[in-house]
Design a protein around this ligand. Structure first.
Ligand code: TZP
Ligand code: MG
Length: 210
C-alpha cells in the first residue's frame, strides 16, 4: 500500500456550519484532530472561492495541516496548496499531474471500472464516494456501502478515503472495511462542538488502527 499519513479529512461546506464563522469551525476541527482539509464550496463564484482559499491556507499553515482544493486547479496552484481533489467531470488526473507533478491528488471513484484507468493510477488517493447516501451530496452514482469499500480495497493498493454520511457511530466499521482515512462534512461542520466531534471521530479511527 502506498503511504498515506492522514486519518481524518474535513471537507468544507459553509452551508453546513449552522451560521457560525467558517474559519472558527475549521480551526476547532483541526484542534480536535482533523489532519487534512479540502475546500469545497460549490455556492461560491471563482473570486470568492479564491479569497476563501487564501485565508484558509493561512489558517491551516499555522497548524501544519495541508489544504486540498476541490476542482479548481488554478486556485490550488495559486494558493500554494498541497493538492487537488477531482471527480469525473473535472480536469482529468493525468492532466493535473502533467501540469503539477507534486500535487497531492485525489480522485473520486463512482464506478468500479474507474479503478483500472490511468486516471486512478496517477492519483495519490481514491475517494470511495459515497459510502452511504447523504443529504450533503445527492447527485451520486454508486452508494458503495461497507461491501463496496472491501471490494475496492481488494482491487487497488491506493490509499482509500471514505466519504458520505460518516459519523461517530459508523466510523470504526468504515475503517475496518478497508478505508485508510475518513472524510466528513456534516459530522463536523454541523456538530454542536466541532472540536469534540473531530476528537470522537479520531478516537473511533484509532480504536481500529492501533
Ligand atoms: N462526496 C461524496 S459524499 C459527499 C461528497 C462531497 C458529501 C459528504 O458529506 P457528509 O455530510 O459527510 O455526508
Ligand atoms: Mg468535482
Amino acid at each position: 500500500m502506498q503511504a498515506f499519513p492522514y486519518k481524518l479529512y474535513l471537507v468544507t461546506d459553509e452551508r453546513a456550519c449552522l451560521g457560525r464563522n467558517f474559519f472558527d469551525v475549521v480551526e476547532q476541527a483541526v484542534k480536535g484532530g482533523v489532519d487534512l482539509v479540502q475546500l469545497r464550496e460549490k455556492q461560491l463564484d471563482d473570486a470568492a472561492f479564491l479569497t476563501k482559499a487564501l485565508r484558509l491556507k493561512e489558517l491551516l499553515d499555522r497548524y501544519n495541516v495541508p489544504l486540498i482544493i476541490n476542482d479548481h486547479v488554478s486556485v490550488a496552484m495559486q494558493t500554494g496548496s498541497a493538492g487537488l481533489h477531482v471527480g469525473n467531470s473535472d480536469t482529468a488526473p493525468a492532466q493535473v499531474k502533467a501540469q503539477w507533478p507534486s500535487c497531492l491528488l485525489g480522485y473520486s471513484i463512482e464506478y468500479l471500472q474507474q479503478l483500472q484507468t490511468v486516471q486512478a493510477q496517477v492519483s495519490d488517493y481514491l475517494a470511495v464516494s459515497p459510502v452511504f447516501a447523504t443529504g450533503t451530496k445527492q447527485d451520486t452514482v454508486t452508494v458503495w456501502g461497507l461491501e463496496g469499500i472491501a471490494q475496492i480495497r481488494s482491487q487497488t493498493n491506493k490509499p482509500l478515503v471514505a466519504i458520505g454520511n460518516i459519523n461517530e457511530q459508523n466510523a470504526a466499521a468504515v475503517i475496518a472495511a478497508g478505508a485508510d482515512c475518513l472524510a466528513v462534512v456534516s459530522a463536523i461542520c454541523s456538530a454542536e462542538n466541532p472540536a469534540k466531534a473531530a476528537a470522537q471521530l479520531r478516537e473511533a479511527i484509532e480504536q481500529v488502527t492501533k
